[in-house]
Ligand binder design. Structure first.
Ligand code: ZN
Length: 87
């Protein structure tokens, strides 16, 4: 309450901060050689939404490989059917 004015002068608002981060991340990902690649990881693109498996650069965070969601779904369906037939 006392220092609102001072903080307001020194801090950027969320929109400015996001924009700056987006630009910084973009620059980083352009420069990065993507040498440290993660294992297949479930990427959650939004809270409550199941992610699809991705491989990303552990340095800059860029997603480099992405499994086809439909393909994964078909595979799961097939393996379930196979198991049922065997039982
Ligand atoms: Zn990278």
């Amino acid at each position: 309450m006392m220092m609102t004015g001072t903080i307001g002068m020194h801090m950027e608002n969320i929109t400015q901060m996001r924009k700056r981060h987006e630009e910084e991340i973009e620059n980083l990902q352009k420069k990065c050689k993507h040498k440290q690649i993660s294992d297949w990881t479930d990427y959650m693109w939004a809270p409550g939404h199941y992610g699809m498996p991705v491989k990303y650069c552990m340095f800059c965070g860029k997603i480099l490989k992405q499994k086809n969601f439909k393909q994964t779904f078909v595979d799961e369906e097939c393996s379930t059917q196979t198991r049922k037939e065997k039982t």
